[in-house]
Design a binder for this molecule. Structure first.
Ligand SMILES: Nc1ncnc2c1ncn2[C@@H]1O[C@H](COP(=O)(O)OP(=O)(O)O)[C@@H](O)[C@H]1O
Ligand SMILES: [Mg+2]
Length: 246
């Protein structure tokens, strides 16, 4: 495994919570511009791995490389600055405001008129329009109210916001749970477009093996904190995946 060739390389990460060994020497590479599907039973260590990569937790041992450079971070802000971003299952969207306001929340674009700084709404709306068009989203308007969006549209807004900084790595923890069938299709299409039209590599955690199989370049199975199998979906039957999870 050569870290220089991967968007992300994880080398021998271990993590215990007291007596519970959540991750035992986990190593893998995430190829440039690809999607890695991370699957495993409840308690397998998926969220722990994501939290470490997100800078939310510190590993007990092991190394992380981004584009070949060894990196460590003490908090999510440092991980973000290093190029790893995460979309949470329930992103903190503000229902009473619009798509564009949520997209730019906390990083509003402003224009200076002499001593005054004003919010540049037109530029933000245009920017959101461009971002959504780039990823083939035609079901969202920048001026839509968030409270009127479906779960899938909210998920797309959350992910769009995460990807706007063009991170090296984007992590999605269960982005499809509690969505209707139609909304799931919407989000799956969106992620497929991201794979095609952005340089960001993605780690996708999902229980939906059918969707994982059709969406990802590689499936990695965690079982009680260890990687039991990692391969292309075409080489793995669903039975094999389930066997390696149990
Ligand atoms: N904050 C914590 N304190 C103690 N044990 C934890 C904590 N978080 C997770 N664990 C334990 O670590 C193991 C892995 O959990 P987790 O990473 O959440 O798995 P998954 O996301 O695959 O369900 C489980 O045994 C879980 O009970
Ligand atoms: Mg979890």
């Amino acid at each position: 495994m050569n870290p220089d060739e991967n968007a992300l390389t994880v080398d021998g990460i271990s993590k215990s919570y007291g007596a519970v060994e959540a991750l035992t020497s986990v190593s893998f590479g995430l190829n440039q511009n690809s999607i890695l599907g991370l699957v495993g039973d409840n308690g397998a260590g998926k969220s722990t791995l994501l939290k470490i990569l997100n800078g939310y937790l510190q590993p007990d041992s092991g190394k992380i490389y981004i584009s070949g450079e060894e990196i460590s971070f003490r908090n999510p802000q440092e991980a973000f600055e290093a190029g790893i971003n995460m979309t949470y299952q329930y992103m903190a969207l503000v229902d009473s405001t619009t798509v564009w306001e949520n997209f730019f929340m906390g990083r509003e674009l402003t224009t200076r008129y002499g001593p005054l700084k004003t919010i540049n709404k037109n530029r933000m709306v245009e920017e959101v329009d461009n971002q959504l068009a780039k990823y083939g989203v035609d079901s969202l308007d920048p001026n839509d109210k968030v409270e009127d969006l479906t779960g899938g549209q909210k998920q797309i807004l959350s992910i769009s916001r995460s990807i706007a900084s063009e991170p090296e790595v984007l992590m999605l923890d269960e982005p499809l749970t509690e969505l209707s069938r139609g909304d799931r299709d919407l989000v799956v299409d969106f992620v497929r477009n991201l794979r095609k039209n952005s340089d960001t590599s993605i780690i996708l955690v999902s229980h939906d093996l059918d969707i994982v199989r059709e969406l990802v370049d590689e499936i990695m199975i965690l079982n009680q904190g260890k990687i039991t199998l990692s391969d292309r979906p075409a080489n793995l039957s669903t039975d094999t995946i389930v066997d390696c999870m149990m």
